[in-house]
Structures are given as structure tokens and as C-alpha cells.
Ligand binder design. Structure first.
Ligand code: AMP
Ligand code: MG
Length: 493
């Protein structure tokens, strides 16, 4: 029989100081919660075989698939601005890599797979709550069109893990273009290991950015390409109201995927200062700060590349600095497009950004729901203004919307696209369904307290089509009732 996972590993070929080799730690009693069959097929895997007892044992870390070369990756990072020289995969094991149906190399990693040399006293495990949360949100992000790591499977371990209370343990199979982070570069930069930096940079270029290898200065090309991907990613987050919550450099993917779903959350009512993470007391990673923080994280990346960019340190630093300054322009360009499309504008005109910002200010002052406001805007764009009531009722003071809508309609009239084109443009960027906090909470409570996974399954099904109306699923589109509002989210640890 062919191998269950057709592994083709490249990271395991890198020098030994890049990782620690070790297998996952077996668990008491593996049980399948969910297998992502569509993703499995895309990866060239057999859902039927993954669902057998053997497959589930692999997904729980109790058995190694043929061709696996399990390892925990080394990395460092700035956490909330403070330097931590050694982090690394403290509870994740990379099984190996395979090439998907699109020819893209993907890491297959078990998260919650037991302690590693990087665990720093942690148990190496994950609870069912955070695993369900990551599964739901990462898959929703993928369907929303945002670059992200994916979730192939979630399994229970049959073990309890000790957090504030005892919780059921679980393992998530995470799939990523790679798990290399800005913090991976920082790990070697801090050790002044320029040789390792070069090996790592060459690996990343060959794997993710082959187009820059021909550039005059390939490492500067790499920096610019990573900046571009991050700029696009963060603009995507802003477009859908996603707050990552822990934008540390160890959680900043070198391929520009959203990675490490901990205390992340989607905003309900709009406010730029929104923070959910219980550990983010100063609001460092608030919604409105995300672009600036991304640039700060990228500046850290740039610093690690200085010894590679040019033999002359000063020249290298100048070039790296210029590239970092370029982030703002790149981000704003992606962001402007996002804003325009959210308002249904195909052509770029002066004043569009101001028009968008004015709406956001009115939303913030009136506690308007971010997702619903834009979704309903998509529906009323080409209706008689009488229909605007559907949007204005989302504002504490409906007149705040009505005043703005007059200017918006004037601007729409000057745009050349047809009503049908506008509607489909707006509906393709303004989702009806997002994984709202209170819905995720409901799913986790049912799973943990009642051992009931049906609500989880229903939620992920709705989130498979976030841009469709799904009239029978309106409950999932609604903002939380006051008593349902989730004010804080917690790290998965
Ligand atoms: P995170 O906040 O999830 O990005 O994790 C930060 C660091 O803590 C990483 O090095 C993780 O591998 C490590 N870590 C998180 N949770 C655990 C755990 N339960 N056991 C061991 N290490 C952990
Ligand atoms: Mg992390």
C-alpha cells in the first residue's frame, strides 16, 4: 500500500541546530473529533484511511507514519516587545512536508503533541477548547480568503490537562506553507550565527520566494517580498475585523500566513481600540495597532538580514531601513483597495479613504456591528435609500448613518460599474458570517461540559460559505445579545 502521507521533507535536511528531533508523546485514548476531508483531498491524502484506527493514532501522535521525520523547530522572539532568546516548538511536532495538489509544499504538524526540549516547563499539551477554537477560526479565515495555516484534524487524547481547572486534552493537525517565523531568523541572529542565517534565508527563498533568487540582492529581495506578504495579510485582517491578539515575532509567519490562533477574535461592534486578549493589558495588539505592529515585527526581521544584504554594514542597514519604510505604502495600497471594495467602489478617487474613515468613526461612536454594517451596505447599495433603514438601525443614532449615506450615494453615482457588478464586488469582500466569539464560546461549552460536538459541526458548516446569505442560518449572522458578549479571550496554553 502507498504511504498514508507522501512525505518529502526539506526542513529535516537543514543543520542540526535548527531543531530537536523527537517523536510525539503518545496519549491514552485517541478519538477523532473532526477530519477536514476537503483539505485532506487537496493534500493528496485519503480521508478514508485517515479515519481508520491507524489514521487516528497518527493524528494523535501515537504512531508515526512512514516517511515522517518528527522534529520541534527552534525559534526565538519578541513577546509584547520583550526579547525571549529561546522559544521554539514547545508543544508542536513537525511530522514532515508534502506537496499538495497545487504543487505547494505543506508542513504537517501536530500541535499539543507533548513536551519537547523547548517546552520551558510547559506540559506540551493543548486543551479541547483552544483546539476547537483554532480549527474554527483558521478554517473560517481560509474561506474568507485570508492567508492562513489550516486545520486538517482535531482529536481528543482521552487525557485531562491541568490548567485553571482540569480540561480534556486534544491535538490539532496544523498545515502550513511553513512554520518558519520571523523569530526563527531572530534565534540565529541573536547567536550571531550568520552561516545559519544564510542557510535559513536560502531555504526560505528556494521554498517560498524563488522569484527573488535572480535578484541583484536576493536577501534584500527576500525582505521586500516578506514585507509585501505581511502588508497584504494585515490589510486582509483589517478588512474583516480580525484581531490576532498575540502579534509577537514568533507568531509572524515568514510566508505571510495567519499563524498561532490563541486569544484571537473578530470584532462585533466596531472600535479601533478593541482588544480581547486577557494578557494584552495595554492594548499593544489592538485592532487599530495591527499595521504598526506588523511593521515593527518586520523591522526585527530586517535586522537579522543586515549581515546578508551587503558586505558593507552601513549600506546593508540603509537598504534594509528603506525596505521597512516601504511597508507603509504597501499596506496602504492593499488597505485602500479593501476599503474601496467594501464601499462598492471600483474606481479610485480622491476622498474615498476619507469617506470610509468617516463611516468607521460613525460606527465607533454608535457601536455599530462591523460585519453586519458592511454586509447590509452591500444589499442596499443599489436600492432606494428607504432601504437604508436596514443599515441605520445598527447605529445607536440612525441619523449618523443617514447623513453619511447621502455622500456615499453621490460617490456611487460617479462610479462606472453596473449595479450587478457592484453588488457582487461588495458581497465578495463583506462577509455575512464570521466566527463570532459568542458562537465559539457556545461550541466550546457544549464540547467541554456536555461532550456534545454537534454545535461545533454546525458552526464550521455555516463558516464554509461566509459570503453566501444562508437564510436558514441567520442566528449565526447576528451579533451577540448583551448577555452573550465575550469581553476577553485567553491563550491556548
Ligand atoms: P504561543 O503563545 O502559543 O505563541 O507560545 C509561546 C511559546 O510557548 C512557544 O514556544 C510555545 O511552543 C510555548 N508553549 C505554549 N504552550 C505550551 C505548552 N502547553 N507546553 C509547552 N510549551 C508551550
Ligand atoms: Mg506561538
Amino acid at each position: 500500500m502507498t504511504a498514508l502521507f507522501p512525505f518529502d521533507n526539506s526542513y529535516a535536511r537543514l543543520p542540526g541546530r535548527f531543531f530537536a528531533r523527537l517523536p510525539p508523546t503518545p496519549v491514552a485514548e485517541p478519538g477523532l473529533i473532526q477530519l477536514n476531508e476537503g483539505l485532506a483531498l487537496h493534500l493528496g491524502l485519503s480521508p478514508e484511511r485517515l479515519k481508520t484506527a491507524e489514521g487516528i493514532e497518527i493524528l494523535a501522535g501515537n504512531r508515526l507514519p512512514d516517511g515522517a521525520e518528527p522534529l520541534a523547530m527552534a525559534y526565538a522572539g519578541f513577546q509584547f516587545g520583550g526579547w525571549v532568546p529561546q522559544l521554539g516548538d514547545g508543544r508542536a511536532i513537525l511530522l514532515g512536508e508534502l506537496i499538495d495538489r497545487d504543487g505547494v509544499r505543506r508542513d504537517i504538524q501536530l500541535k499539543g503533541a507533548g513536551p519537547t526540549p523547548f517546552s520551558r516547563g510547559g506540559d506540551g499539551r493543548a486543551g479541547i477548547g483552544p483546539v476547537l477554537r483554532e480549527y474554527i477560526v483558521s478554517e473560517a479565515m481560509a474561506q474568507l480568503g485570508i492567508a492562513t495555516t489550516r486545520s486538517l484534524a482535531a482529536v481528543t487524547t482521552g487525557e485531562q490537562i491541568a490548567r485553571e481547572t482540569l480540561l480534556p486534552g486534544a491535538v490539532l493537525t496544523r498545515v502550513a506553507q511553513s512554520h518558519i517565523r520571523v523569530g526563527t531568523f531572530q534565534f540565529f541572529a541573536a547567536r550571531r550565527d550568520v552561516e545559519a542565517l544564510r542557510v535559513l534565508a536560502d531555504h526560505v527563498i528556494a521554498r517560498h520566494y524563488p522569484e527573488v533568487s535572480q535578484a541583484d540582492k536576493p536577501y534584500l529581495g527576500l525582505l521586500t517580498a516578506v514585507i509585501d506578504r505581511q502588508a497584504e495579510l494585515i490589510a486582509g485582517w483589517q478588512r474583516i475585523g480580525f484581531i490576532h491578539g498575540v502579534m509577537n515575532t514568533d507568531n509572524t509567519s515568514i510566508v505571510g500566513e495567519t499563524i498561532d490562533y490563541g486569544p484571537c477574535a473578530f470584532m462585533d461592534s466596531f472600535h479601533p481600540d478593541t482588544v480581547f486578549s486577557s494578557i494584552d493589558r495595554r492594548g499593544r495588539y489592538a485592532y487599530g495597532n495591527q499595521p504598526g505592529i506588523a511593521q515593527w515585527n518586520l523591522a526585527g526581521f530586517a535586522q537579522t538580514l543586515v549581515p546578508l544584504i551587503d558586505d558593507d554594514g552601513e549600506t546593508a542597514a540603509t537598504l534594509a531601513n528603506e525596505a521597512i519604510q516601504g511597508f507603509v505604502g504597501r499596506f496602504e495600497s492593499f488597505d485602500r483597495t479593501g476599503m474601496r471594495h467594501k464601499l462598492g467602489l471600483a474606481e479610485e478617487r480622491e476622498g474615498d479613504v476619507a469617506l470610509f474613515r468617516d463611516l468607521l468613526t460613525r460606527m465607533a461612536n454608535n457601536k455599530a456591528d462591523f460585519t453586519l454594517t458592511f454586509r447590509r451596505l452591500s444589499d442596499v447599495a443599489d436600492e432606494n435609500p428607504v432601504a437604508d433603514e436596514r443599515v441605520s438601525t445598527l447605529f445607536e443614532n440612525p441619523a449618523a448613518f443617514d447623513e453619511w449615506a447621502v455622500r456615499w450615494r453621490n460617490r456611487l453615482a460617479g462610479d462606472s460599474q453596473s449595479a450587478a457588478e457592484r453588488r457582487s464586488l461588495m458581497r465578495s469582500v463583506n462577509p455575512a458570517f464570521i466566527p463570532r466569539n459568542h458562537l465559539i464560546e457556545e461550541v466550546i461549552v457544549a464540547a467541554v461540559e456536555e461532550n456534545d460536538l454537534a454545535p461545533f459541526e454546525r458552526l464550521i458548516e455555516v463558516l464554509e460559505s461566509p459570503y453566501e446569505d444562508q437564510p436558514a442560518k441567520q442566528r449565526y449572522a447576528a451579533p451577540p445579545k448583551p448577555e452573550e458578549i465575550v469581553h476577553q479571550t485567553f491563550c491556548g496554553t
